[in-house]
Structure formats: structure tokens, C-alpha cells
Design a protein around this ligand. Sequence first.
Ligand SMILES: Cc1ncc(COP(=O)(O)O)c(C=O)c1O
Length: 408
Amino acid sequence: MVMPDFTKYYSDLAKKIKASEIRELLALIRERKDVISFAGGIPDPAIFPKEKLAEIAKYVIETYGDDALQYSETKGIIEVRETLSDFVLRYRQITADAEEIIITTGSQSALDILARTLVNPGDVVITENPTYLAALGAFKNNGAKIVGIPIDEKGIKTDVLEQKLKSLIENGERVKFIYVIPVGQNPAGTTMDKDRKQHLIELASKYDTLIVEDDPYSYIIFEPNVEVASLKSMDSENRVIYMSTVSKILAPGLRIGWIIAHPELIRKFELVKQYIDLHSPTLNQYIVAEAIKRGVIMETVSKAVPRYRRKRDTMIKAVEEELGGLVSFYKPVGGLFVFTYVMDERFLADSLLEKALMEYKVAYVPGGSFHPDGSGRNSMRLNFSYPSEEQIMEGIRRLGLFIRSSLK
Ligand SMILES: Cc1ncc(COP(=O)(O)O)c(C=O)c1O
């Protein structure tokens, strides 16, 4: 018996996709109690409303019985889309009826659906530089050419964006969309202000392209008076495709997200989604709708925000004390991350990760992979939602020792 050479059968995509050494290294240490990890991007399980979700799950199965366990519409259950329509109107000032909403299997699946629907190989997708790693993956897997635009503490620099849009269009490039995470950006922790958002919308209109607004974090805000108006709520031309998820405000394991866009686009997303997963889990859709109706999502948010604010403050203080003079960062007003650039660019966070894990027992995500232009190898993404405050203080102390020893 001869085992087949599986590589002969791989698609071009499968050949192109490589396991990331960094992911594997981080996976290795996941079970190790002696390593303090800032690498996840995950909620603190203390915020999960376990009892309420158990009650809701029982209620949903008993009440919606046959429907909740059955196949359902690709776009999402109509009652659930209607509940989401009320939710986004109330909390994100987005006016969208059920026909403008499609339920997805988390936002990750939304990113893939978007890319499959809008991107041909060679098309340009503009992102912030740095941006969410898995969005880059979804866009690139569909052949997108990524153009990264620098950011400051107010997010994407729209003056640079305008120059870039001009030159791309002059060169005959097709810019399919501009992907932004306006609030509590992953990884950089930046939040756009109203002027920046307005300018971005004007540019999309002037240069005739679309905006993808990825919005998992606008509920997780630590300061009063932070500008969180969604781009979608400011959009009068239907150029904004909005997406969000329950992952950071209820539970990521439910895998429920949504896209809001013009019904014509939603129809295309629906056709594309049909062949990916038929529909997102029916039971979980009912659970999410019931959690919204009972106010459980906003209760979870009110529990998460003070907890994460304390952890953010602890991390910032520790970074200032232990890494002062070594790194630069934007103080995040929302989200889950502090993103640090080691000022001495000889520090290569990716090649040094193994040393951090093995010798200093501290984990981070090297920032290079968030930069579509290959820059940022001196950066690290540090998550503060998951570790305890004690772990944050001790972990940042270890990071200080590690960075200093690496620069000797
Ligand atoms: C900006 C951004 N988009 C999308 C996602 C994916 O979220 P989901 O769990 O809904 O797939 C994340 C998760 O961390 C994220 O940070």
C-alpha cells in the first residue's frame, strides 16, 4: 500500500497557506502555567453570563423547540435579524431593517464572505497599517493586493489615504474597499474621531470606493465622551459595509456576527454564504436574540468595561514604569490591546519570541504580521483583557527584563 502524495492534490490556496511558526510557538505554551500570556485577544471568562445563558438556552429549546434545532434561512432567522435591527439602532444609531442584515458565523466569516464577494485577484484593498491580522489573511486568500496606510492616535491618516487613492486610481488600480476598525483598533488600540470619520466617508465618495467598518469593540470603551458614532450611521450613500459580533460582548464561542449593508449587497453575501455554511447556527441565533431582549448583552458589557478598564490602567502603569523610555504606544480608550513599538529597531519581536517564552516566561504577539508592508518587526501586541492584574504587573516586569537583555 502506498500512501498518496497529498501535496499533489492541494489547491494553489492550500499550497500558499503556511503554518505560522509564531502561532505554533504560542500554541505550545498555551497550557503552561508558568508563562504569562499577553498573546490572546480573548475575553476574561469572568464576564461570561453563564447562569443567564444556561437559562436562555433552556428557554429557547423549550419555546422554539423544533425551529431552534432545525436548518434555517441563509441570511439568518427573520426574528433574530429584527431584534438585531432594534439593537443596532439603539446602541450604534444605525437604521437598518432586517433586509439590510445578514447573520454570519462570527465576524471572521463575515470578512471571508466580503472578500469572496468583492475581491478579484489583483484588486486593491486598503487597510490601516497595522491592522487585524486575520482580516489581512481573509483578503489575501482571495487574492487582494493590500495597501497599508499609516495611522496616528486617531486611526487611519486620511491625508495620506487621499494621496494614495489618487495615485492608485491614476495607475489604473481597482480599489475595492477601505477596511477600518474605527474604535479600539486591533492591534493598535486607536479610536477615530468624528472629523477623521467624516473625511474618510468623503474620500470614499470622491474616489468612488466602499468602506468596510469592522466594529467589535465600540461597546468596550473606558473614557467618557469618546467618539464612537459608527461610520455606518454617518453614511448617506450606502458606501459603508458594517460588521460586528457578539464575541467581545457576550461569548465568542457562540460564533454569531452580522453584516449590515445595502440589500443588494446583502443578497450577494447571502448567495456566497450559502455554499460556505448554509447558515449560522440556528440555536445560537435564537440565544443571541433572547440575550439582547433580556438585556443580558448590555449587562455583560457593564461588567466587562470596569474590569477591563482596571486591567488597561494596570498595564499602562506597568508599561510606563517598566518599559518607560524603551517603547512607544497609544493609550487605548477602548478595546483589548496595548500595542508597543520598541524604539530601538534592532529589537525583532518575531525572532525573539522563543527567547521571551523559554527564558522570560512571557508571551506576546509579534507585531510584524499586523503590518501589510512588512514593517513593525519591533512591535508587540499586548492583550490586557484576559490576564489578571497580578499577571499583568509581573508579565510586564518580565518583558522589561527581556527587552533590555535583548538590546545589550
Ligand atoms: C477587528 C476584529 N475583527 C474580527 C474579529 C473576529 O471576531 P469573531 O470572533 O466575531 O470572528 C476580531 C477578533 O478578535 C477582531 O479583533
